[in-house]
Ligand binder design. Structure first.
Ligand code: C5P
Length: 227
């Protein structure tokens, strides 16, 4: 299991200051919409200049028509990121087209499909999809697996079931982790580190419990020790 730290801070300098503190740690760094829209490629370059071994997950959750998604995927490959994601609800045709494009490159990044956002509770999810989160997450994961993606973003509670319906090697990346029972903030389906381990999550994403802590490095070290 790998720790992926969410860089969701209000400014580039705050994100870089956080990374400086973590520069000797074996972590993945997640660049989300807020940071990438504001700071773009220069943020990625500066992150790598702090430690070239940092692995970067570009979390833009793209969702558009197939050709536009494939073009955007190609641009993300060109940025040199190690992992990015797309929405499974964009459909099999779009996911396949993205993978066809990505696989024309040597050493392509890991591509994940977003199933159900962890901020959904069951009622609000069913209002859109007319089925349960658990069922739809598995259906989306099967589509992503059949389309040649490497894994999915899902809640920790769906990880084992998704692997059972796809493959044990099919990756799960689980946000909404509160490693040691910290506040859930706006997340609905949170879980601690022990649950993530039981659920065989491959990547856990942790944001606020790290960057809102007075000692982010201490929290990261404690998570890595307990993984
Ligand atoms: O601060 P917190 O640990 O809740 O941050 C979780 C991160 O994971 C945020 O950057 C959020 O956008 C992202 N995320 C999520 N749920 C998903 C996909 C991504 O919370 N399904």
């Amino acid at each position: 299991m790998k720790l992926c730290v969410a860089l969701d801070l209000p400014s580039k300098s705050e994100n870089l200051a956080l990374i400086q503190k973590l520069k000797s740690e074996d972590v993945w760094l997640k660049v989300g919409l807020r940071s990438f829209i504001r700071d773009g490629e220069s943020l990625l370059r500066e992150m790598k200049s702090i430690n070239p071994n940092f692995k970067i997950f570009l979390d833009l959750k793209i969702h558009d028509i197939p050709n536009t998604m494939a073009d955007a995927a190609e641009s993300m490959v060109s940025l040199g990121v190690d992992m990015f994601n797309i929405h499974a609800s964009s459909g099999i045709k779009a996911m396949r087209m993205v993978m066809d494009r990505v696989n024309t490159y040597a050493n392509p990044p890991i591509v994940l499909a977003v199933t159900a956002l962890t901020s959904f509770d069951n009622a609000s999810f069913e209002a859109i999809y007319h089925t349960s989160i658990a069922q739809k997450a598995v259906d989306f994961a099967k589509d992503a697996h059949a389309s040649g993606l490497h894994g999915v973003v899902c809640s920790v509670y769906e990880s084992l079931d998704i692997k059972a319906h796809t493959a044990s090697s099919f990756l799960t990346l689980t946000p909404g982790i509160r490693p040691f029972g910290e506040s859930s903030n706006d997340q609905e389906r949170v879980a601690d580190l022990e649950t993530a381990k039981l659920q065989k999550s491959d990547f856990i994403v942790v944001g606020r419990p790290i960057y809102h802590s007075a000692d982010p490095l201490g929290v990261v070290k404690k998570i890595i020790e307990n993984i």
